[in-house]
Design a protein around this ligand. Structure first.
Ligand SMILES: [Zn+2]
Length: 196
């Protein structure tokens, strides 16, 4: 189960959270900063703004460490696999053109096919690594790439009727922990909506 909590805020507002780990409800001892992005917010007829600002989500020490472990895994895996794929692509390109004497359109077709296979292989290795990591840390199943452990933010720009030149942000958090969502909703005088 999970619950959504939507709050209205202005750009760069400090977002208040209950002082509990959003994943396990132990007292929060630290926070993890997540960047929320605003794209093309219209402030008048001619001006559009895009920017990002941090939201500090409370965690206990264990779950902050796991959040950081998973984002590190993603970063290292993407950099390493991309580097390997580029090197392999260059080697294959040389192999096809020099050794196999494939030229012109045929070389392009063979190259594109090898890039597709390299991409698919990279995704496969990434998923396998994630599965192995998840075996050691089952909480990885609740990790969201656009947020952190147990929480996913999503942001929309709303233009209130009457004052469309004063845009507000509609910030929705999806929490895996329904109790935390309820506390968060109470803090902001709103309600948590259960989702499947
Ligand atoms: Zn925790």
């Amino acid at each position: 189960m999970a619950s959504d909590v939507t709050i209205r805020c202005r750009p760069h507002d400090h977002i208040a959270f209950p002082s509990l780990c959003c994943y396990c409800l132990e007292p929060a001892t630290t926070t993890h900063a997540m960047l929320v992005r605003v794209r093309n917010m219209r402030t008048d007829a001619h001006t559009k703004l895009s920017f990002a600002f941090p939201v500090k989500v409370p965690y206990c020490e264990t779950h902050k460490q796991q959040t950081e472990l998973f984002s590190r895994y993603r970063l290292i895996a993407i950099i390493t696999l991309s580097a390997i794929a580029i090197v392999l692509a260059i080697i294959l390109d040389i192999m096809f053109s020099r050794i196999l004497q494939v030229n012109g359109l045929m070389l392009w077709c063979v190259n594109i096919l090898s890039w597709v296979l390299l991409g698919a292989g990279g995704v496969g290795v990434y998923q396998l690594g994630r599965k192995l990591l998840q075996r050691r840390h089952p909480t990885l199943a609740d990790y969201s790439y656009s947020g952190g452990l147990g929480v996913t933010p999503s942001l929309k720009v709303v233009y209130p009727q009457g004052v469309p030149h004063e845009p507000q942000l509609s910030l929705t958090f999806t929490f895996r922990n329904d109790d935390f969502a309820r506390y968060m909703a109470a803090l902001h005088n709103t309600e948590a909506r259960a989702i499947n």
